[in-house]
Design a protein around this ligand. Structure first.
Ligand SMILES: [Zn+2]
Length: 83
């Protein structure tokens, strides 16, 4: 199947990942595996998002651990009682 390149308007195969003429990326929407999560860029986006959330949660957990009252009593960081 041929489609028009949105960039140079050339007729190119929609199987191509990018236009062979100008290099414009082609993203054909093919519902091959409907309901399948492991398809095309969706997996990439989802993985990046989930990874980001996991890293964020880990950072939160680490910062919470460092904020344990035992340590903060000994090392008062950036909190000078003398004005
Ligand atoms: Zn093109």
């Amino acid at each position: 199947m041929l489609v028009n390149c949105p960039e140079c308007n050339k007729r190119i195969s929609d199987n191509a990942e990018a236009c062979p003429n100008c290099g414009h990326p082609i993203n054909p929407i093919k519902p091959k595996g409907e309901g399948c999560f492991l398809q095309t860029l969706n997996i990439g986006c989802a993985t990046v998002l989930i990874g980001f959330v996991i890293v964020f949660l880990l950072a939160m957990a680490v910062s919470l651990f460092r904020f344990s009252p035992n340590k903060s009593e000994k090392t008062e960081i950036k909190k000078s009682p003398n004005k």
